[in-house]
Design a protein around this ligand. Structure first.
Ligand code: ADP
Ligand code: ADP
Length: 226
């Protein structure tokens, strides 16, 4: 059974523009899939339909065995990491990561355990008392990932998470995201327009062009073989 399954997904916006054209894709449990393609090809639209932030015009979106076409984001148990981080400026790193647990009224000692575990994985242990304004871009990105981790979601969804970082940091964060994904074994969908990211991250690459899924395969299959 696929963790995320898309069947003939179409998205037509209110103005009639068809951003996603009959896309079908099965993502296996624990798999890391990269959605790549030029700006405007429909990557974010597809990702937002997985999370539930955008209605599906036609087709079926399945998470596990559940058809989620009409399900609100809060009922899907997915964790999205945005490129602008969406951190709370008045909260410490600890409380930013803890936020989803606080919403569920998780007991304090469990919050501490979960946050410390995520912080260790993301090398944030020394920064837990700081506020987002005093962190580097890479550190903020890690806090956003920490918050996704403690949610214990069924899948991670990344929308161009590294595009605000400089080249060196991007490389570093790529390695970290790959390592974290393997350690957690969590199903991951990652949107990027960056070919290098597509080739170095993930198990499979899905290439979108003008809303059409053109190719799906490993980096080797797509970029190295004649
Ligand atoms: P990508 O993430 O690949 O850059 P998007 O999914 O953001 O592409 O957008 C795909 C296409 O849909 C673009 O041509 C964009 O202009 C169009 N689009 C995105 N959002 C809307 C909207 N709310 N209304 C109409 N068209 C939109
Ligand atoms: P509310 O609508 O109750 O004010 P939010 O808009 O912050 O709260 O979130 C509503 C629900 O959407 C949350 O309970 C959560 O399940 C889901 N949600 C919030 N942020 C994310 C995210 N980054 N990724 C996936 N789901 C999210």
């Amino acid at each position: 059974m696929a963790a995320i399954s898309m069947r003939n997904i179409v998205k037509r916006y209110g103005d009639g523009y068809q951003a996603v054209d009959n896309v079908s894709l099965d993502i296996a449990d624990g798999e890391f899939v990269i959605l790549v393609g030029p700006s405007g090809c429909g990557k974010s639209t597809l990702l937002r339909m997985i999370v539930g932030l955008e209605d599906i015009t036609s087709g079926d979106m399945m998470i596990g065995e559940k058809r989620v076409n009409k399900l609100a984001p809060r009922d899907r148990n997915l964790a999205m990491v945005f490129q602008n981080y969406a951190l709370y400026p008045h909260l410490t790193v600890f409380e930013n990561i803890a936020f989803p647990l606080r919403l569920r009224s998780t007991p304090d000692d469990e919050v501490r355990e979960q946050v410390n575990k995520a912080a260790a994985l993301l090398q944030l242990t020394e920064h837990l008392d700081r506020r987002p304004a005093n962190l580097s871009g890479g550190q903020r990105q890690r806090v956003a990932m920490g918050r996704a981790i403690v949610r214990q979601a069924d899948a991670f969804l990344f929308d161009e998470p590294l595009s605000n970082l400089d080249a060196k940091l991007r490389g570093q964060m790529r390695t970290e995201i790959a390592r974290m994904q393997k350690r957690l074994g969590i199903t991951t969908v990652y949107v990027t327009h960056d070919q290098t990211e597509a080739m170095t991250l993930g198990d499979r690459i899905a290439v979108l062009r003008k809303g059409v899924m053109q190719q799906v395969g490993s980096a080797r299959q797509l970029y190295e073989e004649p």
